[in-house]
Design a protein around this ligand. Structure first.
Ligand SMILES: *[C@@H]1O[C@H](CO)[C@@H](O)[C@H](O)[C@H]1NC(C)=O
Ligand SMILES: *[C@@H]1O[C@H](CO)[C@@H](O)[C@H](O)[C@H]1NC(C)=O
Ligand SMILES: *[C@@H]1O[C@H](CO)[C@@H](O)[C@H](O)[C@H]1NC(C)=O
Ligand SMILES: *[C@@H]1O[C@H](CO)[C@@H](O)[C@H](O)[C@H]1NC(C)=O
Length: 553
């Protein structure tokens, strides 16, 4: 009995030891207007990095560069549609391995500010919402109309995975954002915000600091902030709105301080001067504000993941953002200017990775007949009565901001032949990545004879490695979807090719989908590998409205 009593006493005292010496807590101190980490006043200087825009093999390099810039935290979104491409089919592996990303950040010494949505905006396809939500045709997205429980199911999957990574549970996550800039959305549905808050509390517990982010004006904060969620704002260089919206704020937090800006096809490449960034950053830090630099590294919208704004204007493949680290992770003047703001940790900054100009690779047309079954809509077609018409619709990216996020794709209006409306369509999405990686493009998909037309047809070109000028299209290397090119529009002319997708063991295979014309019919086509990105050439500027949220701030 004596032995067991002393054993119990020993256990008891070691428990006390843990409680008194490892108090992992993170909270808001409303008296002193600051965050408290482990009972001490704390301020973060963070940077945004989206794991979904960077191949996994580079995560460590980019995070280390952020740590060596003197940041103590990073901020990332979680795009729902990246992890649940089909209802109930979740993917958290490879480049989508969020848990590995969180662990890596922690190992490097960075805290994490997490923005799990469900809506994220982020210049990402449909603001991160899965397009399959639109199967319910009249759905009001981002409202109490939760798509037959899809939001609850997703959060019920995601948040329990997140929970062990909270700071209080030994992980790196100090704060979690609910929704995103909800005050800019027309619905202004507080029941929805309350419902989300309840879900987050149910799955993450009562103590984690939950917050909202909104544009820096009373108008935005009215519908975006709600009791129980800590209100933060976002604004760029030259703006300083903390005091204008002081009534909503406690600790001053700028959740998106813009180091650069996004691009659109057909508009000029956005550039923000280093001086403008450091001037406003100085002002914010002087008053003790917490700041997240958006973006610290932008990365790439690989595949079909870019979003669009209204009136319809799609974002290009590059999400370089003129950020302190380039799309390829290179160190810039802006990086070193920001590094001057705080104590830099000991250690070596990983160097800029070398780029190789592999030169020019000639391409061949992949077998005749392929995709000729697809016809373009505004053309003269010839055919027999009773012939089938097939149409390939390229999606260009779904709207990620504003009222138009219910962005249906496919045939969204009447098709007419002469005066007759053509009905009875069967619509399906083409798993083009799979088709490319399995090499099935070599097989004809139609037994119908090719139909003559006045426009050239979408055509695949392959080569084993100068982007043809003039036309938009898509490029894969070894089955990896690098994204869209549209040099005639600009401002992006080159595509970033991560070395991780290239092979030294086998010949590298490149596939190019030409969407509007086939310039190679008159001679050989080629793709050129250069060592310098070209992101700022606008050859053909289409008048586009710049009237979307962040410009209004
Ligand atoms: C999951 O995502 C990774 C990274 O994009 C991809 O390589 C893998 O094939 C996906 N898994 C499934 C089952 O789709
Ligand atoms: C269709 O063909 C007619 C007759 O040849 C021609 O006048 C017209 O311009 C053509 N339309 C298009 C869109 O090519
Ligand atoms: C589309 O066609 C249907 C008849 O099939 C017609 O009732 C409808 O008004 C048409 N819609 C538009 C936008 O023209
Ligand atoms: C390129 O395609 C060839 C022929 O299908 C194949 O043998 C080779 O492994 C492919 N290369 C890579 C890097 O996948």
């Amino acid at each position: 009995a004596l032995r067991s009593l002393s054993a119990r006493r020993f256990k008891f005292s070691s428990l006390l030891f843990l409680l008194s010496f490892s108090p992992r807590t993170f909270s808001v101190d409303y008296q002193k207007n600051c965050f408290q980490k482990d009972g001490q006043p704390f301020r973060y200087i963070s940077g945004s990095i989206h794991y979904n825009r960077i191949p996994r093999v580079y995560w460590k390099d980019r995070l280390l560069k952020m740590y060596m810039a003197g940041l103590n935290a990073i901020q990332t979104y979680i795009p729902w549609n990246y992890h649940e491409e089909s209802p109930g089919q979740y993917n958290f592996s490879g480049d989508r391995d969020l848990m590995y990303f969180l662990k890596l950040a922690q190992d490097i010494g960075l805290l994490v500010i997490l923005r799990p949505g469900p809506y994220i905006c982020g210049e990402w396809e449909m603001g991160g919402l899965p397009a399959w939500l639109l199967n319910k045709k009249d759905i009001v997205l981002r409202s109490s109309d939760k798509g037959e429980g899809a939001v609850d199911r997703w959060m019920g999957k995601l948040l329990p995975m997140i929970k062990p990574y909270l700071y209080e549970n030994g992980g790196p996550i100090i704060t979690v954002q609910v929704e995103n800039e909800y005050g800019s959305y027309f619905a202004c549905d507080f029941d929805y915000l309350r419902h989300l808050t309840g879900l987050f509390r149910e799955h993450l517990g009562q103590t984690v600091v939950l917050f909202t982010t909104d544009g820096g004006s009373v108008g935005f904060l009215k519908c975006g902030s709600i009791q129980g969620l800590y209100a933060t704002v976002d604004f760029g260089p030259g703006k300083f709105v903390f005091r204008l919206v002081n009534q909503y704020l406690g600790v001053f937090v700028n959740s998106e301080f813009y180091t650069g800006w996004l691009d659109h096809w057909g508009s000029h490449h956005s550039v923000v001067s280093t001086d403008a960034v450091t001037k406003t950053l100085t002002e914010m830090l002087q008053i003790g504000a917490n700041v997240n630099l958006y973006m610290f590294i932008g990365g790439t919208n690989f595949g079909y993941w870019n979003g669009a704004n209204e009136p319809y204007s799609a974002q290009p493949t590059s999400y370089d953002y003129d950020a302190p680290l380039t799309e390829a992770g290179d160190l810039t003047k802006k990086y070193f200017a920001i590094q001057n703001f705080h104590k830099i940790p000991d250690g070596i900054i990983p160097p800029t990775t070398p780029k190789f100009a592999y030169g020019s690779i000639t391409l061949q047309k992949v077998p005749a007949g392929i995709l000729e079954r697809f016809q373009t809509i505004t053309i003269n077609i010839t055919g027999k009565a009773g012939s089938r018409v097939d149409i390939l619709v390229e999606n260009m990216g779904r709207i990620n901001y504003g009222k138009g996020i219910n962005d249906f794709k496919g045939l969204v209006s009447n098709m007419t032949l002469g005066a007759d409306v053509l009905t009875g369509w069967t619509m399906y999405s083409l798993n083009i990545d799979e088709a490319v990686s399995q090499g099935v493009l070599g097989k004809s998909v139609s037994s119908d004879p090719p139909q003559p037309s006045t426009l050239s047809l979408p055509t695949f070109y392959g080569g084993s490695f100068v982007i043809p000028d003039g036309i938009p299209g898509q490029i894969w290397i070894n089955g990896f979807n690098l994204g869209r090119y549209w040099p005639a529009r600009g401002p992006q002319v080159t595509l970033f090719v991560p070395s991780s997708i290239l092979s030294t063991a086998a010949p590298n295979n490149i596939t190019v989908l030409e969407l509007e014309a086939a310039p190679c019919s008159s001679g050989p086509c080629s793709v050129e590998f250069t060592d310098t990105p070209i992101l700022g050439v606008t050859l053909h500027s289409k008048p586009i409205s710049r009237l979307f949220s962040k410009d209004l701030l």
